[in-house]
Design a protein around this ligand. Structure first.
Ligand code: PLP
Length: 371
């Protein structure tokens, strides 16, 4: 029996050929960065998100740092979830800000007005929320209202959420700006890459300046900002452009597997899927399920892999950021929900092109091991 991998990247043969042809073209032309494919990728992505501006960069991490630099977080406090990837808080620090770690909402694994409220204090400039696993919280409108009421900006780290939505608003369209990652594990990839989206003309313009060494414009060598080389190359843009075209179909594949898991997990006593609101779209970057009792997750993953050939995907997240040594100076005390749920959830394998029989095997193995 073939093992069930935790994840797999899908590039159809015809898409690989399309990409290869265009990489040949840019190699022949010598236009290898900041060219027409980068512009096409930006245009297509902004249309996909329904947000006016999109700025392509070389990672989700740089997208975050650029956005924080353009907004201006230096010396300011920024509320970030403790349950997120290193880069969300890391980018705040790199841009000169001070992260205040918030606990997570157990219903969505994300921020909610209740988790943000205890951190509203003088010096707070804004809030960064993360759509964990591609789930856009149904509390987003409340979070938007809270931010507006308190005069704070709201940024979405939408690294997980390409194509996800709540109500009629897509991920990337809720706040002042949002960032996406195209790292290979994500629902769509450009190998490496990221995107900033914003409806704000000034932030868009500033982001373009920051991504190219703080240069006033591509043709001028006047450096007006402390920028960096955050540019996306043309080969990466070509890969991203094609994967973006495939994104709706890839999300539909993931949703079909998720529906099998939803049904299959119903009788389980010790494992429950994270509920996903029917009012919107979830791209199922991750299929999150919560273990009802404390379990040695490392051992569980080992047994599933070694006895059943089933590899679980990486957690979101294994440990909250306020417990990471590098952020110790920003930690203020326990965040009980994050500490509990980070240790008590698993992520089932889900990817585009996954066979239904593989989902059945995952469920069968979980039934025997977890029940
Ligand atoms: C929530 C979150 N933010 C930011 C990033 C950083 O993206 P990248 O790996 O493209 O730099 C990631 C991805 O890995 C992520 O999961």
């Amino acid at each position: 029996m073939n093992p069930v991998p935790a994840a797999r990247i899908q590039f159809l043969p015809e898409d690989r050929a399309w990409i290869a042809d265009r990489i040949q073209e840019v190699l022949a032309s010598g236009q290898l960065t900041l060219g027409k494919y980068g512009s096409q990728f930006e245009k297509a992505f902004s249309e996909f998100c329904g947000v006016r501006h999109a700025i392509a960069v070389n990672s989700g991490t740089s997208a975050l740092e650029i956005l924080f630099r353009t907004i201006g977080v230096e010396g300011k406090k920024v509320i970030v979830p403790s349950n997120t990837f290193f880069a969300t808080a890391g980018a705040v620090v790199h841009a000169g800000g001070i992260p205040l770690f918030a606990d997570m909402d157990p219903e969505t694994f994300a921020l909610s007005p209740e988790t943000v409220q205890p951190l509203l204090e003088p010096g707070v400039a804004g809030i960064v929320t993360v759509h964990i696993g591609g789930v856009v919280s149904p509390r987003m409108p409340d979070l938007v209202s809270l931010a507006r009421e308190k005069g704070l900006w709201l940024v979405e780290d939408a690294a997980h959420a390409h194509g996800s939505s709540h109500g009629s608003t897509g991920a990337g369209g809720f706040g002042l700006g949002a960032t996406f990652s195209f790292y290979p594990t994500k629902v769509m990839t450009s190998a490496e890459g990221g995107m900033i989206v914003t409806g704000d003309e000034r932030l868009a313009e500033e982001s373009r300046i920051y991504r190219d060494q703080g240069k006033k414009s591509f043709a001028e060598n006047a450096h007006v900002r402390m920028g960096y080389n955050w540019r996306l190359s043309e080969p990466h843009a070509i890969i991203g452009l094609k994967h973006l075209e495939r994104l709706p179909a890839m999300i539909a594949d993931r949703q079909a597997i998720a529906a099998l898991y939803d049904r299959g997990l119903r009788p389980f006593k010790n494992l429950a899927p994270l509920p996903v609101s029917a009012d919107g779209t979830c791209n199922y970057y991750k299929y999150i399920a919560v273990l009802k009792r404390k379990t040695d997750r490392g051992e569980l993953k080992k047994v599933l892999r070694e006895r059943y050939g089933v590899s679980l995907a990486g957690e979101v997240y294994e440990a909250p950021l306020h417990l990471q040594p590098v952020f110790a100076r920003y930690a203020r005390g326990p965040l009980p929900v994050s500490e509990d749920l980070c240790s008590r959830h698993i992520c089932l394998p889900v990817f585009s092109g996954m066979a239904e029989e593989d989902a059945a095997r995952v469920l069968g193995a979980l039934e025997e091991v977890v029940g």
